[in-house]
Ligand binder design. Sequence first.
Ligand SMILES: O=P(O)(O)O[C@H]1O[C@H](CO)[C@@H](O)[C@H]1O
Ligand SMILES: O=c1cc[nH]c(=O)[nH]1
Length: 249
Amino acid sequence: MDKERKVEAPQPHTQLTHAIGTDRAIIMGDPARVDAIAKLMDDPQPWAFNREYKSVVGTYRGQRILAMSTGIGAPSAGIGVEELHNVGVKYVIRVGSAGAMQKDIALGQLVIAEGVVRDDGLSRKYVPEIYPAVPSYRLLHLAHRYAPEAVYGIVRSHDGFYVDDNAEVETFWSKKGIKADDMESGILMVIGRLRGMETLSILNNVVLYQGDLAEGVNSLVNNADLVAKGERDSLLTALNILSDAEMEK
Ligand SMILES: O=P(O)(O)O[C@H]1O[C@H](CO)[C@@H](O)[C@H]1O
Ligand SMILES: O=c1cc[nH]c(=O)[nH]1
């Protein structure tokens, strides 16, 4: 055994190392979505599964890509993004579920964030709220190629569904034109920018505006047709973007 050779320790939460061999990752809250994206990849290899961080490495159109879950909310997503950066990932696309904030957004319709209202607690610990949470122009441009029918606009990332004034807060942001609510897009874009990564967030609408939250999230859990199609569309859009030839330029 070569005593000089330093063995890289796995990242403490995700258990990733540079052995993943790719600079491209797709992240999602739900570990079950990692199994769904693995089915769309060639030669998917289960990589690690520690706490909420389940990862698989596979190829799509010949491009090696990591898929990893981050659990619910900014703190766990933030840890995931930092550890991706530590193992050499430069491009991260989130494929998440969301609730619509406008009446004309249908179930299963994709919402792609052009910017994020940072209504989470963690991102302001990194940098004041006057710092914008915005995606990579290149990834956004490619999103228009693969998902021209998606809704494009500003979304909002929050910390909890069950706060007492949730309905009033959502009405306020809806009137400001916000397209959808999720919980991790803001922290992804803030940490991504600070660490020099390119990021994007593609959200599948699972709850109609002012619709029943439990019914909507349960329809995702139960694989209801429209939201299941939206999830597949979001996964394919992310895979197509990260394997596009323009990513090599
Ligand atoms: O479906 P995921 O990616 O978990 O995203 C959304 O779903 C969870 C809440 O139900 C939050 O994580 C929210 O951002
Ligand atoms: O309404 C919703 C549904 C999923 N995720 C959210 O953050 N909000």
